[in-house]
Design a protein around this ligand. Structure first.
Ligand code: NAD
Length: 359
């Protein structure tokens, strides 16, 4: 039997609550599809600061190194917000994890299910069948990391500099991720850029165009980022895969998330070269609802599906999870974040059971 080894980093707040359900879904799916998931749990974030005075202890990093993928919950919360910035959970754990494992490709699907149109802030008549898009964001280059990056004193104030740099190689590798992802979807890639103003965007266009012939069944088009931001709220169903550099992807992926209606529905994957990846909900640790057993586990469950697809190539099992989520929502199951006034709402565990019963 095929066996996959994963490191489980549940973290803080609702992390452990939704992670438990995510692991139950993985167990049910692996049983049905004939493979085994072996997992080991490690401390990360606030809970690791409390235990080890370190948001990413060496024991956790070692566990991740020895695994084929990281299944991550969420980290942070009010208890650790007063720590100095470099010690805070997200900065001291997630950013180093991305860097250590070279996680350069961030995949954030945003799917608005037909039965949940009311949860979207968009006008229902503009999205009669919902929408289903994927933002592929370059995660380790561009304006966030380019040098020089500093603030200096000048005669009448200060001068701050950030630098946007991209090299062909960085663009090529994320472009392959986007084209391959489109091949598993509706076979269309839109490069989001600002090629009318930015040199880096021109290099992106040139590089992406040069790679496109390797994927003859994928359609490629281009859109300026300001137009894309507008089109996302006017007609999101026109997009399949939106390929973005780091800054544009940061903004566009959050906008796409907002159009869906609840953070509790949105998974994400951060991929390295090869098959290694980190899979986590797009939202945070939701301290306002932590410990109540009412968090929506779907983002964690769909992150498990992404892990099966992108790290283990178990496409059928991944689709089975996604279809079970869709069927559960179509049958009217709702956690509190999705419930309308008067709707009964399910607990985290009950929602998980509903989904497992449909796998
Ligand atoms: P958040 O995403 O935790 O919460 C925003 C809102 O969305 C809250 O009302 C919350 O209840 C709701 N929400 C999020 N996930 C939900 C779910 N699964 N089910 C139902 N409702 C859900 O963002 P925040 O409040 O700005 O941040 C809280 C903490 O999380 C902070 O410490 C922040 O730094 C951290 N954070 C961590 C990550 C991460 O681990 N990757 C990401 C973002 C924020």
């Amino acid at each position: 039997m095929k066996t996959y080894k994963i490191a489980v980093l549940a973290g803080d707040g609702i992390g452990p609550e939704v992670m438990a359900v995510g692991l139950d879904v993985l167990a049910a799916t692996s049983k049905r599809f004939g493979f085994e998931i072996v997992h080991e749990e490690f401390a990360v974030g606030g809970v690791a600061i409390d235990l080890f005075d370190d948001a990413l202890p060496e024991s956790t990093l070692k566990g991740c190194r020895e695994a084929e993928a990281i299944f991550f919950g969420s980290i942070g919360g009010p208890k650790w917000e007063t720590l100095p910035p470099h010690k805070q959970p997200e900065r001291a754990a997630l950013l180093p994890l991305r860097k250590y494992f070279g996680l350069y490709a961030n995949l954030r699907p945003a799917k608005c299910y037909p039965g949940l149109l009311y949860a979207s802030p968009l006008k229902t008549e503009n999205i009669p069948d919902g929408f289903d898009l994927l933002v592929v964001r370059e995660l380790t280059g561009g304006l966030y990391f380019g040098q020089p990056k500093h603030t200096i004193a000048i005669e009448n104030g200060e001068r701050a500099i950030d630098t946007m740099i991209y090299e062909t190689r960085e663009i090529e590798r994320i472009t392959h991720v986007a084209f391959k992802a489109a091949g598993l979807r509706r076979k269309r890639v839109t490069l989001i850029d600002k090629a009318n103003v930015l040199e880096t965007s021109q290099l992106w266009r040139k590089t992406v165009k040069a790679i496109a012939p390797q994927y003859p069944d994928i359609a490629l088009d281009f859109m300026y980022v300001d137009n894309a931001a507008m089109q996302l709220v006017r007609k999101p169903q026109q997009f399949d895969v939106m390929l973005c550099e780091n800054l544009f992807g940061d903004i566009i992926s959050d906008e796409a998330a907002a159009t869906v209606g609840s953070l509790g529905l949105l998974p994400s994957a951060s991929l390295a070269d090869g098959t290694f990846g980190l899979y986590e909900p797009s939202g945070g640790s939701a301290p306002d609802i932590a410990g109540k057993g009412i968090a929506n586990p779907i983002a964690q469950i769909l992150s498990a599906a992404l892990m099966l697809r992108y790290s283990f190539g178990e496409n059928e099992a991944a689709s089975a999870i996604e279809q079970a989520v869709e069927a559960t929502l179509a049958d009217g199951a709702r956690t509190a974040d999705l419930a309308r006034p008067g709707d009964a709402s399910l607990s985290t565990v009950q929602m998980g059971q509903q989904i497992i019963s449909r796998i």
